[in-house]
Design a protein around this ligand. Structure first.
Ligand SMILES: [Zn+2]
Length: 326
């Protein structure tokens, strides 16, 4: 084969010079009638702008605004705290007893909670909510408002009413602006609410999808397969694809179906689960299904409290025990 002709350096320079001349003509010598009215503004890149290599896991610059999600080690249950880029705080569930999450919040200097989400009325999710309500200024509560025969839940609702804390219904499509570009959308409970499932309180859990830049996080409460079926049916209008999955129901086998995970495509899975729990959570088959999507599966029983920092582009994961990511 004949060698490919290479453009000689002098020719390339000539081209560059011609281009520069053309640009100069366009900028300075074109009649004003042919120029747009708006002046051309060119913003130089910030001096300290980091190169964005597109990698998901990287060092988040905490001198700039960022979102932090802490999956607090509450034992068997859920207790998650979101610290927004503008300082707002959202708490999703409270654990069975309030002590671990209250201690975490006090340690972080939190005084006011902008939103307390109660995903469903089981004790391992709302058992510590009265401690949170008494210990902090809670501005409002988001709840599925599914009828549930539970003294603990009735007492909690009475306490919220007595303290004049407004309770918003978690209605499909409701959007919550956390500030700084963080938005949460309510994807569940399904409407109408599910009945006759293995566990209706679980199946009607509040499901939230958080979006911040190119990072998304799906919070699933203790959703059941039936919940996932409905979420999948509406995935065209309410997307499920999420960078991070808060695995439903402590990794039980009654959730995280293969076809559901195929739509979520998680790159990081977080499981809130108590060490040596009697339910066998997380189920080996659920871990196996998750493992087909990501090698990054973190559990509070092994890692303790798990902190996730994100600037909307990349994630730094800091477990209490074990190695951080990256
Ligand atoms: Zn639970």
């Amino acid at each position: 084969m004949p060698p490919r002709p290479r453009r000689s350096a002098p020719l390339a320079l000539t081209h560059a010079a011609a281009l520069l001349t053309l640009l100069a003509l366009l900028a300075g010598c074109t009649p004003s009638s042919q120029m747009p009215d708006r002046p051309l503004t060119v913003t130089p890149p910030a001096a300290e702008e980091e190169v964005d290599d597109g990698a998901l896991f990287g060092r988040v610059d905490t001198s700039r605004p960022f979102l932090e999600v802490a999956m607090v080690d509450v034992g068997q249950g859920d207790g998650i705290v979101l610290h927004g880029p503008e300082g707002r705080v959202i708490v999703i569930d409270s654990g069975k007893g309030g002590a671990p999450i209250v201690s975490y919040l006090k340690g972080r200097g939190v005084q006011r909670i902008d939103l307390l989400v109660l995903t469903h009325a089981h004790a391992d999710h709302i058992g510590g909510a009265d401690d949170i309500v008494r210990g902090f200024e809670v501005l409002r509560v988001l709840d599925p408002l599914v009828e549930h025969d539970s003294t603990m839940y009735s007492k909690l609702l009475a306490e919220l009413e007595q303290r004049s804390i407004p309770v918003m219904e978690a209605r499909l499509g409701r959007r919550i602006q956390m500030g700084g570009g963080v938005e949460l959308e309510v994807l569940g409970p399904p409407q109408p609410h599910l009945h006759g499932t293995r566990s209706d309180p679980n199946a009607n859990s509040v499901v939230l999808r958080l979006v911040y830049g190119r990072i998304s996080i799906l919070f699933t409460g203790d959703a059941e397969h039936e919940t996932e079926e409905i979420l999948m049916k509406h995935a065209a209008e309410r997307p499920l694809a999420s960078t991070v999955l808060k695995v439903a129901h402590h990794g039980s086998r009654y959730a995280s179906a293969a076809d559901f995970l195929a739509l979520v495509q998680p790159q990081l899975a977080l499981i809130s689960v108590g060490e040596g729990n009697t339910y066998g959570h997380p189920a080996p088959e659920t871990l196996e299904r998750l493992g087909k999507h990501t090698p990054h599966i973190y559990r509070t029983d092994l890692s303790g409290t798990i902190r996730l920092l994100t600037d909307g582009k990349r994630i730094t994961l800091i477990p209490e025990r074990g190695d951080a990511l990256p």
